[in-house]
Design a protein around this ligand. Sequence first.
Ligand code: PAF
Length: 280
Amino acid sequence: MQIIKTIDELRQIVKGWRKEGHSLGLVPTMGYLHDGHKSLIVKAVSENDKVVVSDFVNPTQFGANEDLSSYPRDIVRDAAICEEAGADVVFHPEPEEMYYPDSSTFVDMDRLTKDLCGKTRPTHFRGVCTVVSKLFHIVTPDRAYFGQKDAQQLAVIRRMVRDLDFGIEIVGCPIVREADGLAMSSRNTYLSAEERKAALILHKSLELGERMIQEGETDAAKVKDAIVTKMGTEPLAKIDYVELVDVETLEPVDTIKGQILAATAVYIGKTRLIDNFVSN
Ligand code: PAF
């Protein structure tokens, strides 16, 4: 497995693979890989001849007061995980390789990016869409793999690929959880022992909502209220949002029928965590 730091070098490798007729999968990440990322890589390896994992803490998707400088990084450990999972290349560019000092072109989106995480992170999805577009142009994958944990990101990427005719298959992969139910996230490392325990309230509250739907509740407001009330039992949790929305359009739903996404973002101390479920 190779660690590649420049766009030119990666393009050369991809060109060679294409000449040999290989199919190509891309797993975009910001590094500090956990078992959730690993599951994406393993799936990509099982479905493509060659797999590139990008490992890049993308500055344009962080707001001014967010955790860009403190975001955890460990490329040596990441490379070992990628190799074990069967990736062929880790693309690990410096920010200067990905952005010109006067970069002036960005990919932005109406509608899907305004609510949920977009409310508190108004420039986040512009950064995500821009860097993912760049990665798609550089790697030209057949398939790209994203975790369902970032449900809004997944819907946004699907919409971008549709609207801009990228012709890339977007593969959404299930949330991977710790044994006690906490959704895996690189940001879990910010939690103190006490906060780590408190963070379980996200999954527990969502589980309650999911159970209500499974038992036949169709009133979205009732399910939302139950999730919010349960979340409120944890003193360290401060809700950013709890919403029940259409899984594709991300528009709020009143009545639960078909696939809906129940998504939440919650501050546990200073750490903002997200989690969700999709009901059928
Ligand atoms: O999900 C992430 O880690 C990032 O948002 C992504 C898709 C790698 C873009 O930087």
